[in-house]
Design a protein around this ligand. Structure first.
Ligand code: SAH
Length: 190
């Protein structure tokens, strides 16, 4: 297939936005795959801030980064992404160039712990407030479970109303696939 699949497309956008020395945010650590990817992009002189409400996500991410010898460029917070502004030092705000949210629940983990529209939107608002112009926020929206469908609707309503003078908002989705596969909303701050 020539069309870029969903997750490679997300990585392509982040690669454009995040350069060595920059700061990036993984708003939902999960098992730490995205944190590792962002840690590679920011390089030795950059930094990744990661958030998750589950201790096992923190532990899995710490292990992964430690195995890759990149733990020193990552700070992991065992708290919700709605606390982004409170946790990230203000001195770093102007260097934030990219952020990713992998929404829904962590496969193989506690399916009752899912991201929620109110806190997801609160985190996006905070990021838009503090990040650099041309910084990109990626939302990977999993809408195959019932709470995911509600989160999708709330996020689309919020994102469609963002002032086009303040942000470019893109949706990238295969529209003829079965079983509600994930899709992307990308927000670039202007
Ligand atoms: N659905 C994706 C994985 C999503 S993992 C896939 O299939 O690949 C989502 C992660 O978000 C989980 O580890 C969960 O603990 C975390 N999470 C839930 N609410 C959160 C919040 N408010 N802040 C930060 N992380 C949160």
């Amino acid at each position: 297939m020539k069309l870029e699949r969903i997750l490679p497309f997300a990585k392509q956008l982040l690669t454009k936005a995040v350069k060595p020395g920059d700061i990036a945010v993984d708003a939902t650590l999960g098992n730490g795959h995205d944190t590792q990817f962002l840690a590679e992009l920011v390089g030795e002189t950059g930094k990744v801030y990661g958030f998750d409400v589950q201790e096992n996500a923190i532990a899995a991410s710490r292990d992964r980064l430690s195995q890759q010898a990149m733990l020193d460029r990552v700070t992991l917070f065992h708290t919700g992404h709605e606390n982004i502004k409170q946790k990230i030092p203000a001195a770093d705000y102007g260097r934030i160039k990219g952020a990713i949210f992998n929404l829904g629940y962590l496969p193989g983990s506690d399916k009752t712990v899912v991201t929620k529209p109110v806190t997801t939107i609160a985190a996006v608002k905070q990021l838009l407030d503090i990040m650099e112009p041309e910084g990109i926020i990626i939302l990977v929206i999993y809408h195959g479970h019932s709470e995911g469908a509600l989160e999708r609707d709330a996020l689309l309503e919020y994102c469609q109303k963002l002032d086009q003078k303040s942000a470019h908002v893109l949706m990238y989705q295969f529209i003829n696939q079965q079983n509600n596969p994930p899709f992307i909303v990308a927000i670039e701050k202007r």
